[in-house]
Write a protein that binds this ligand. Sequence first.
Ligand code: BEZ
Length: 211
Amino acid sequence: MAVQLGDIAPDFEAQTTEGPLRFHDWKGNGWAVLFSHPKDFTPVCTTELGAVARLKPEFERRDTKVIGLSVDPLDAHDRWGRDIEQVTGFRPNFPMIADADRAVSGLYGMIHPNASDTMTVRSVFVIGPDHKVKLMLTYPASTGRNFDELLRVLDSLQLTARYAVATPADWKHGEDVIITTAVSDDDARVRFPKGFVAKTPYLRVTPQPNV
Ligand code: BEZ
């Protein structure tokens, strides 16, 4: 059964570039991004891993640990790290799982046989403090991911976990948010003292509560 939103992220033990770990223990009570890339020593993946290393302080500001994965062995991950630094200026500064036996990629459904039966696709799982899966993305090998979008999504997930709000299309941190329909107008006046505008009875917008 494939992992779905709201499931407890499967726990596992793995060998990584930062030593062996058990996923839930490593993650602790914060947030985590688990992402797979298809293959070491490939061009798009090289740019992606450099981009994640560059953004690590932004993930840390969001109490989020990142961990990569491919089915390549540890020594390949280590050697490839030098290329990534040479090309992007950033050496991977987060663990990369060596999933040669495909144990973790199988657990998370990261191999899509009709795309490739030997490589993982570009999967992303965002996992919350409760170890539950909050977001999943799947990209093909030919399209590098936008990791700024992942930070934007983390901002939304963390905000909506704390307040009875949702975020509209293209929302960015600091912009107005939507009061969820479960909140009555009377309740909204109490919960959102900055006030709200009802564009329709079901679409009420309010300034982001925590800025
Ligand atoms: C890439 O990262 O460029 C790549 C990886 C696997 C297959 C095709 C491209």
